[in-house]
Ligand binder design. Structure first.
Ligand SMILES: [Zn+2]
Length: 333
């Protein structure tokens, strides 16, 4: 037998003995939020089919599982969720599934000392960790490890993809910091509909106020609106922000309240808070969500600042395109 024939014969034996290794089907991964699904897609590449239960504009605090969701979850090889009480009304479903299925809370490896504990969310941590990319890296790493546990043959692929994605997260984090630094320090005040931006404020030195607490699962009280009107009027703040996954009614009440007191406040723009944007919008990816929010905030709070530097990861959501040229740094003038 020639050497070539021997190699072919051995290859055939290998395929017969290990058919799964030759063509293992992609893992079926179901993630609760779009941000987690985006992380899983970036890490898994073509080794997984990833579905997000919650689409664009969906509020995870109030979300209940549909019969279709339950079917998708039951058919999944791996379930990824945020936890920290983000998916308040899915908790029972997730607990039940965890008895029979790999069900992973992607935030579980974040050190508790780094988590916010807002007083009004009695005894619970703030779940909106994706707004600090340095914390979200931990969620990406947990996602990588969860995928590797389910598909050990692809471990090296997951590791390489995760390294690349985490590098993009770090670069975007630096860019966000440079952009926020263009806002004069005393103007770095973010007023939004619900308290989703606490980690963002911590990461970038922005004072954050919200009408509703960390969960949207409660009515905004009139006293909270009045207190925020006082703040906006007293500090002559120019803008408040609406959110893609929360009705704007309460924000409009703030604007009216300020108007009645002779202070004009405008809507600074719409921020992505708890859900990604629709396909084709800037917020269709996690990195796009961060970039859009920061650009919107800088434009509203520092309208006189020079134009924003391009993000170093501007093409992250569109891998088919050529990489964007890194910007000049975008530091404060
Ligand atoms: Zn929220």
């Amino acid at each position: 037998m020639t050497r070539t024939a021997l190699v072919s014969a051995l290859a055939l034996v290998h395929v017969l003995l290990f058919p799964a290794a030759a063509a293992a089907p992609p893992l079926k991964v179901v993630a609760t939020t779009g941000m987690i699904a985006d992380a899983a897609r970036n890490v898994a590449g073509d080794r997984a089919e990833v579905t997000a239960l919650m689409g664009p504009g969906v509020d995870p605090h109030l979300y209940k599982a549909t019969p279709g969701d339950v079917r998708a979850l039951q058919a999944a090889d791996l379930i990824l969720y945020n936890g920290l009480h983000l998916e308040g009304r899915l908790a029972d479903v997730l607990v039940r599934l965890a008895r029979t299925k790999p069900t992973v809370q992607v935030t579980e490896s974040i050190d508790e000392s780094l988590l916010r504990e807002p007083p009004e969310f009695a005894g619970h941590f703030d779940p909106h960790v994706w707004f600090d990319p340095t914390l979200w890296i931990k969620a990406v790493e947990r996602t990588r490890d969860a995928l590797a546990e389910r598909d050990p043959a692809s471990k090296a692929t997951f590791a390489a993809n995760a390294d690349r994605y985490i590098a993009e997260l770090r670069a975007t984090h630096e860019w966000c910091r440079d952009q926020v630094n263009r806002i004069p320090r005393s103007d770095r005040v973010l007023v939004t509909a619900h308290d989703a931006f606490g980690y963002f404020g911590q990461a970038y030195g922005v004072e954050v106020h919200a009408i509703q607490g960390v969960s949207t699962d409660s009515e905004a009280a009139l006293k909270d609106i009045n207190a925020l009107v006082d703040l906006l009027v007293q500090r002559r703040l120019p803008a408040v922000f609406i959110e893609s996954s929360v009705p704007r009614k309460a924000v409009d009440a703030l604007i009216e309240g300020c108007k009645a007191r002779g202070h004009t406040v405008r809507v600074g723009g719409e921020l992505y808070s708890d859900a990604l944007g629709a396909p084709g919008t800037p917020g269709q990816t996690y990195l796009g969500m961060l970039r859009h929010n920061v650009e919107t905030i800088v434009k509203a709070l520092a309208p006189d600042a020079p134009p924003a530097a391009p993000s170093p990861t501007g093409s992250a959501s569109r891998p088919a395109e050529a990489p964007a040229t890194p910007g000049p740094g975008g530091g404060a003038p």
